[in-house]
Design a protein around this ligand. Structure first.
Ligand code: ADP
Ligand code: MG
Length: 290
């Protein structure tokens, strides 16, 4: 890695989250701009996991991770591709998004999820603030802070030669085979909720103006009817979100199936992308509500 922290000049804070603080930085010699995510935790298995997973990914649909560094205070940090139009969370704070823009978003996010799932990575935190936007209208998946790699490491296998050969599939990959549930389906639920939020302009599971009460929220998700699209949505969008928001994981559509859903497959790609790009240059943000 040719990157040293002392080569980077902090320009401003791009965002905060549970996992860290993200700065816009400039590389002094090349003057290239990056995002630097400094993790709040000291080096730990969870920060190690985020770094290892993110560094292993290589796709135009995933925010690129160029290097991992350590700050003078000992905090782990990730040097990321800078996404210059912020997140979909910033965008929805300005206004609800029109359907063609949503079709563009769904197409892009499904490509990213298809890649992640092919790498046996479950993201587990798909939401507007983790979907970042480039000024050209590209949308990339970010924040692998709670992601999970379902691949049992080959190292473990190699170090148990002799016993490993007889292990059943579910012992290598318990979550993928155990019971009837597909661990990747979790990302599809989150995508459905994300699309619903982008369409209505606010998080759909908490009444307008109220702060989330986590116990009530969990009850609503587990025992309530799945949230539905409001009036005014097209039949295709309504159905797309319905296919994602199946409470039973086994009934949820897979990422591959959703990519050929009429809402995505029958949209005019060029037109949807143009409408989405137009949103990036419109109007000021509404003040943050929560
Ligand atoms: P956390 O794990 O704390 O949620 P994230 O990786 O989601 O951290 O980053 C928090 C916020 O910082 C994002 O919602 C986004 O607004 C901003 N951000 C993160 N990474 C980038 C990036 N590569 N380019 C531009 N902004 C970013
Ligand atoms: Mg985040």
């Amino acid at each position: 890695d040719a990157f040293r922290l002392s080569d980077l000049e902090k320009l401003k804070v791009l965002g905060h989250g549970n996992g860290g603080t993200v700065y816009k930085v400039r590389h002094r010699r090349s003057s290239a701009v990056y995002a630097l995510k400094v993790l709040h935790s000291a080096p730990s298995p969870s920060s190690r996991r985020e770094i290892d997973i993110h560094r292993s990914l290589d796709s135009p649909s995933v925010v690129r991770c160029h290097a991992s560094l350590t700050t003078p205070a000992g905090d782990p940090a990730l040097l990321l591709e800078h996404m210059d139009s912020g997140s979909l969370g910033d965008l929805v704070r300005r206004a609800p998004l029109p359907e063609p823009a949503l079709a563009h978003i769904c197409g892009q996010v499904l490509r990213g999820l298809h890649y992640l799932h092919s790498q046996k990575v479950v993201h587990r935190d798909i939401k507007p603030s983790n979907l970042l936007v480039g000024s050209g209208g590209q949308i990339k998946i970010a924040d692998f802070g709670v992601s999970k790699l379902l691949r049992r490491s080959l190292d473990a296998c190699v170090s148990y030669v002799g016993t490993c050969a007889y292990m059943s599939p579910e012992r290598f990959d318990p979550e993928a085979y155990g019971g009837n549930y597909d661990p990747y389906a979790a990302d599809v639920w989150s995508l459905g909720l994300t699309v619903l939020e982008l369409f209505v302009g606010r998080f759909p599971l908490v009444p307008e103006g109220e702060r989330p009460d986590w116990a009530a929220l969990m009850c609503a998700i587990c025992f309530g009817e799945p949230p539905a699209m409001p009036e005014g949505a097209s039949e295709e969008l309504r159905d797309f979100v319905g296919c994602c928001l199946q409470k039973e994981a086994g009934k949820r559509w897979s990422v591959g199936q959703l990519a050929s859903h009429p809402f995505v497959a029958r949209s005019d790609r060029a037109e949807s992308e143009r409408m989405f790009r137009d949103l990036l240059t419109d109007g000021p943000a509404r003040p943050e509500s929560s």
